[in-house]
Design a protein around this ligand. Structure first.
Ligand SMILES: [Zn+2]
Length: 315
């Protein structure tokens, strides 16, 4: 039922669904179907409508334009009343010919809004603000190429411990991601890709384990399992790279940033999209719930430390 809009669903359940009942007034904005790939026009219109029809939950922002003047946008979803809740970032389509990554971000956006009041999703949205950007590289998406308008690889353009800023951020689309990442200093992030199946964590540029290796391993393993995938490992052991998003976000801001690989083919046949996006949603929600659990554990630990200190001062 995920793809049926709420109003129509209720009518269908009531057995009242006739053409006459479905007037223009019914909200159909967040009813995405995954039987075909979405055009950038469809994605843009849908994101705008989603925000317009759920103003208490979602907002739409244009982050900037690509080299070829295509829109780069995100939606922010939250029900937190905090002025500045901890933020999580989910992006897709660093590589334009990995279109199941685009659709995975759309599917998760759809699911979070459709199920915002559910016991599964509500605690996530009450605690975090979630930024979802389906198209990092819209020029590549339009041309069905891995790289940007000049054939450069967007996911090798970030700075890292081994790569200074002066040798990085040459691609306008990645400058936009950097601006958002440096402003929000995200608690956690998923960069969706495709071309294999699994979950990868930093570091990409060295075999040395990151400080948070145990946390990365646990969250990645659970997320991969939720998608029916076996592979969850530090990215370097998949293959070494330099200048990736996850290394930058983790090194610069301590973001628990991981790569989700959605499907063995970058752009699988449309008949498989529904299945692939459904499992992507399972992986994404599992990741978000694990980040929430971690957050709550840290909060409890902080309270215990505080109360222990309090007891100490009285004795
Ligand atoms: Zn990729």
């Amino acid at each position: 039922m995920r793809h049926l809009p709420g109003a129509i669903r209720i009518l269908a359940i009531a057995g009242l669904l006739t053409a006459g009942f479905v007037s223009d007034g019914w909200s159909v904005a967040h009813a995405l179907e995954f039987s075909k790939y979405h055009s950038q026009q469809e994605i843009s219109a849908w994101l705008r409508e989603l925000a317009a029809e759920n103003p208490e939950l979602a907002s739409f922002t244009v982050l900037g334009k690509s080299t070829r003047d295509r829109e780069i946008a995100y939606v922010r979803i939250t029900s937190s009343r905090d002025a500045n809740p901890p933020a999580i970032y989910i992006n897709g389509t660093h590589h334009g010919n990995e279109k199941s990554s685009t659709e995975s971000v759309l599917a998760l956006t759809d699911y979070l809004v459709e199920n915002a009041a559910s016991a599964e999703v509500a605690p996530i949205l009450e605690r975090f603000e979630i930024y979802l950007q389906p198209l990092v590289n819209p020029d590549g998406h339009a041309a069905n190429t891995r790289g940007d308008a000049y054939g450069r690889d967007p996911n090798r353009d970030y700075a890292g411990p081994e790569k200074p800023d002066s040798e990085s951020f040459r691609i306008p689309e990645i400058q936009l991601v950097r601006k958002l990442v440096d402003t929000k200093r995200f608690r956690a992030a998923i960069a969706w890709h495709s071309g294999m199946e699994g979950v990868l964590w930093p570091w990409c540029h060295t075999p040395t384990a990151p400080l948070h290796a145990r946390v990365f391993a646990a969250i990645s393993k659970l997320s991969a399992e939720a998608m029916g995938m076996k592979l969850a490992r530090q990215s370097w052991y998949d293959y070494p790279t330099s200048g990736e998003f996850t290394d930058y976000a983790y090194q610069r801001h301590g973001t628990l940033a991981v790569t989700f690989e959605a499907s063995t083919e970058g752009t699988p046949p449309e008949e498989r999209l529904d299945e692939i996006t459904r499992r992507a949603v399972r992986g994404g929600v599992t990741f978000l719930r694990e980040i929430l659990r971690l957050e709550q554990e840290q909060q409890n630990l902080g309270m215990e430390l505080n109360s222990a200190r309090g007891r100490g001062s009285r004795s």
